[in-house]
Ligand binder design. Structure first.
Ligand code: SF4
Length: 254
């Protein structure tokens, strides 16, 4: 594996003025063959998947197959994979022993008693194992989505030397919506039923017009992140910039 010495300050300053496709083009060249992306195949996932497929349809797409997805998500996944010609979609699953330990301790519905532990076993650990095989991974998170995400940088370096790229950091939900419309990309079938952010079925609810777009995730709990964007420590000196002012956002009516 190549050791990358990158000037994150300079690169991030430049990325703030580039389109997501231009940032991704840089990353696919810089980390050639050593970059993967994660996708939840949710309502906005078509944006990053489409952009990536135009650059390299062989890019590894990591999907956290928790076993708790809506059937509609799995069907949507298959339809986008076919449409974009993606050839390297990898399902990541919990390690069987960790899953049986979880269920022995918390029962058959661990998401009710201990959602953090459930996410750790089904999402964080499988992703942590998988990204060790790459120099960089890319995700579609946006600064507007949660308080934590407000302060992400487009390119970050974590302990252990892995880089994380968030090319859609400056996208708004309206940008994502228009991108899908402009490119004729079908929306997740549950979107029109009020699901703006979709994860596992036990932890996802539809929302009302005007609600925060992620308020249907772990509804009624303080939990806002599954952990895959927060479990890794930034490399010393790679701390986030001060909170960035969110751009105006007008989400489509639901
Ligand atoms: S989102 Fe819910 S069901 Fe899915 S892994 Fe996390 S706690 Fe478990």
């Amino acid at each position: 594996m190549l050791v990358h010495e990158l000037d994150l300050e300079k690169l991030n300053a430049g990325f703030e003025t580039l389109k997501p496709q231009e940032i991704m083009d840089w990353a696919f060249r810089e980390f050639s063959g050593q970059i993967a992306m994660t996708s939840s195949f949710g309502p906005e996932s078509g944006v990053l998947l489409h952009m990536a497929s135009l650059l390299d349809p062989k890019v590894p797409v990591l999907f956290l197959e928790t076993g708790y997805h809506f059937p509609e998500t799995l069907e949507y996944k298959e339809s986008l994979v076919r449409r974009f010609g993606l050839t390297n979609v990898i399902d990541l699953k919990a390690e069987p022993q960790a899953k049986s330990d979880l269920e022995r301790q918390y029962g058959q519905a661990p998401y009710e008693k201990q959602p953090d532990e459930c996410c750790r076993v089904h999402k964080v650990e499988p992703l942590d194992r998988a990204i060790k095989g790459y120099e960089a991974w890319m995700s579609g998170i946006r600064r507007q989505q949660t308080d934590f995400r407000k302060s992400i940088r487009i390119l970050e370096e974590y302990e252990g030397g892995v880089f994380k790229l968030s090319p859609l950091a400056n996208f708004t939900s309206r940008d994502a919506w228009w991108y899908l419309k402009e490119h004729g990309i079908p929306q997740h079938p549950l979107f029109e039923k009020g699901y703006l952010s979709i994860g596992c079925w036990p932890c996802t609810r539809p929302i009302q017009a005007g609600d925060d777009e992620r308020s249907g995730r772990w509804a009624g709990k303080a939990k806002k992140e599954c952990g895959i964007h927060t479990f890794k420590e930034l490399k010393p000196g790679g701390e986030q910039e001060p909170e960035k002012e969110a751009a105006e956002d007008i989400a489509p009516e639901i």
